[in-house]
Design a binder for this molecule. Structure first.
Ligand code: HPA
Length: 276
């Protein structure tokens, strides 16, 4: 935790490590969704410990590294190992990887996550294209001074880019993957929700609930990045099936749809016009 991370130094180190390679697409991998990394033709892997100011993630199933390389011909960088607010990271620290990716030229951010599903008609494992979110984390990564290149009051009307969503639908259709759509509610965690909280979220219009993504998307929008978000619905949210929730179940279900998610992300990346 501590003070504001030094973005300029961290950015310089990451750029040095990548050499002339300039990824245009950043991909954040959620719990149990690390398999996409195997599809990347690697250029360089930069572990978080090589970057000043980057803390190490502590959640099982998360790794701390940026993997830069080619996916479907496009220059991409994967963030392996997310920093969650519930680990005690200040919001500005949790979004440092996104600010870093933006600072090296990333223009499109693809965020994935594991989430609990609120719709009994969408049993896990399933994929959900995020159409919008509810920030129920009671904080924002933009609190404090406005950083260079960011807006004080970013517009969130189309936070999840409609054109990217259209590409995701096309990509999913082409490979026969069912892509549900809905609203993601971001909560602080780390306890799973109570059944009463899930009933509240359902009334608020949430279709899925998780403990990540929202801070990253807010900061991405403040920097003008276009965002695509996909949730892997790993379990029915608390109280819906009556069964207890566990992180193991989340990881296992995440693995079950990892291939579908990978195909959709590859399809989207392959359709992007990123200029190489
Ligand atoms: N709640 C919150 N976060 C989650 C869940 C859930 O049910 N499943 C996976 N991440």
């Amino acid at each position: 935790m501590g003070g504001e991370p030094d973005l300029a130094t961290a950015s310089r180190v990451l750029r040095e490590r990548l050499g002339p390679f300039r990824p245009r697409v950043g991909i954040v991998l959620g719990s149990g969704l690390g398999g996409l990394a195997d599809a990347v033709e690697p250029h360089a892997e930069v572990t978080y410990d090589a970057i000043p100011g980057m803390p190490l993630p502590k959640v099982p199933g998360h790794r701390g590294a940026f993997l830069a390389g080619r996916l479907e011909g496009a220059a991409v960088v994967l963030q392996r190992g997310r920093l969650h607010l519930y680990e005690g990271h200040a919001p500005a620290v949790a979004v440092l990887p996104v600010r870093l990716m933006a600072s090296i030229g990333v223009e499109v951010l693809i965020v994935t996550n594991a989430a609990g599903g609120l719709r009994p008609s969408v049993p896990p494992p399933a994929l959900m294209l995020i159409t919008d979110h509810l920030n129920l984390m009671a904080r924002s990564p933009l609190m404090g001074p406005v950083l260079e290149g960011e807006q004080r009051f970013p517009d969130m009307t189309a936070a999840y880019d409609p054109a990217l969503r259209a590409l995701a639908r096309q990509a999913a259709g082409e490979v026969g993957v069912i892509l549900h759509e809905g609203i993601y509610a971001g909560l602080l965690g780390p306890s799973f929700e109570t059944p009463a909280e899930i009933r509240m979220l359902a009334r608020l219009g949430a279709d899925a609930v998780g403990m990540s993504t929202v801070p990253e998307v807010i900061v991405a929008r403040a920097r003008g990045l276009r965002v695509l978000g996909i949730s892997s619905i790993t379990n029915l949210a608390a109280g819906i099936s009556g069964e207890a929730l566990s992180h193991e179940e989340v990881l296992e279900a995440g693995r079950a749809v990892a291939r579908d998610l990978e195909m959709v992300v590859r399809g989207v990346v392959g359709r992007l016009d990123t200029g190489g």
